[in-house]
Write a protein that binds this ligand. Sequence first.
Ligand code: NAP
Length: 270
Amino acid sequence: MLTDKVDDELLDTAGQQLKVVSTMSVGYDHVDMEAIKKRKLPLGYTPDVLTDATADLTALLTLAAARRIKESIDAVRNGEWREWRPNWLCGSQFTQKTLGVVGLGRIGEAVAHRLKAFGISQVLYSGRSEKPEASKRLQAQFVPFDELLAKSDYVIVCCALTKETKEMFNYDAFKKMKRSAVFVNSARGGIVQQDDLVRALEDDLIAAAGLDVTTPEPLPPTSKLLQLPNCIVVPHIGSATLETRDQMGLMAVRNLEAGIQDKALPTSVL
Ligand code: NAP
């Protein structure tokens, strides 16, 4: 599981007879790749089958943060719902807005596709390399990270957690965003400097945030993020549909079976 750290210690403990490592996730930042490579172990993972579920949840978080759903639900529960008021709980909509996708991979593209249906008129993306085919499908534009921050109304994080992406969203990055921007992270908590996100929300550098991933996980109930009315946090449920978890489980087991039988893994990182 993504909560298990796969490192030298674990692999040494497993011993010489270890034939294969299989993670029930598409992200593998919990696996020390050097430790896997030096032992020449195959590593299985579960791409594609979770793309739709995770993209649905990311779109949901974007909509929920934009439309102030946390404050709205709290208002109903707290008896603050009185007469209809023109300016009460107004959020932002998607028509003619710009979406910025950090990491236009499988999930990033699927989220952009969904949000275009809500009226997004321009998709920008940043990353290590240009993605010509996805760009064409979405009519998206590859731009430097800073330009994406400055121009996007919605910034969604869909890249892997790596040395390069670790804490790339710090106070400086939030400062470069529009004050009306909504920030959503469904990739990995480590991509965000979380104290800086709290400060950015407190200082009104951005309008709202939606998070499926945090540091640490589980997030302690005392976390400042949970006190903020404009920050929605859900507990890493991106891929949590019955259909997807079934498929992820099957894929993970098939990778294990193949590895044990010295066959090529059906879906392997290495
Ligand atoms: P993917 O297809 O490999 O996409 C990842 C994208 O990130 C690639 O386009 C990659 O570009 C890009 N990237 C790499 N380094 C980058 C950088 N420095 N800046 C910006 N972008 C960079 O993977 P995926 O299937 O879409 O999954 C993406 C991530 O989502 C996973 O790694 C995982 O951590 C997370 N995830 C979360 C959940 C959840 O439950 N919340 C579920 C599934 C996945 P290059 O091809 O150029 O390297």
